[in-house]
Design a protein around this ligand. Sequence first.
Ligand code: FMN
Length: 198
Amino acid sequence: MIETIQQTIVSRRTIRKFLPDDIPLHTIVEILEDAKWAPNHKLREPWEVLLYKGDGKVRLIEHIQESIARTEFNEEKVEKKKEKINQFIRDIPIHLVVAVKAAGTEKERHEDFAATCAFIQNIQLLSWAKGLGVVWKTNGFIFDPSFRDEMGLDPGDVIVGMLHIGKPAFIPNPKERKSIKNKLTIYDTQPKKQPSFF
Ligand SMILES: Cc1cc2nc3c(=O)[nH]c(=O)nc-3n(C[C@H](O)[C@H](O)[C@H](O)COP(=O)(O)O)c2cc1C
């Protein structure tokens, strides 16, 4: 069944439980090729994507574990968190780190961050349309400058999110959203002119 874009946007859910099934690399590259049509000012295409799959995931696990060891001082918690992340990354077939160059003027940085968020939402929607689930995560380690450095990113780069992708094992029910009327102010007529005193 071909979904309309409206159906894809509304039905997409963040997926947190995945099947172990392998995802072919070309499927993800296809998604990224389409996602790159996200609006971006001056066509700077500011996003950078690091993709981890198969044995490549070991490198990602090591860098995250090193970051945990740097930022968590309780030995017991360090070991628990390290094992949790090890299992999490191994169990999910594809991991993307999506970063943006935080360079230039405030306006350019603002535009580039916003464009990268649009790029990420395209990835989420295109994945969903192909039967794949995504969770967009912003764990503490993405803010660790040494982690970004070890990942091969530049000092100015900002990680906008980590995307974990696979076939959904469980699709949660949607959490209700408020009516947009709560967030919408409509100006439909010109304000009345002040009565003239003369
Ligand atoms: C910028 C951003 C950061 C997020 N970070 C996390 C995260 O760190 N962990 C997580 O479980 N979900 C994260 N999410 C997913 C949201 O929790 C999720 O979108 C929200 O619960 C609404 O669910 P839905 O996407 O199914 O509509 C993030 C989403 C966005 C847009």
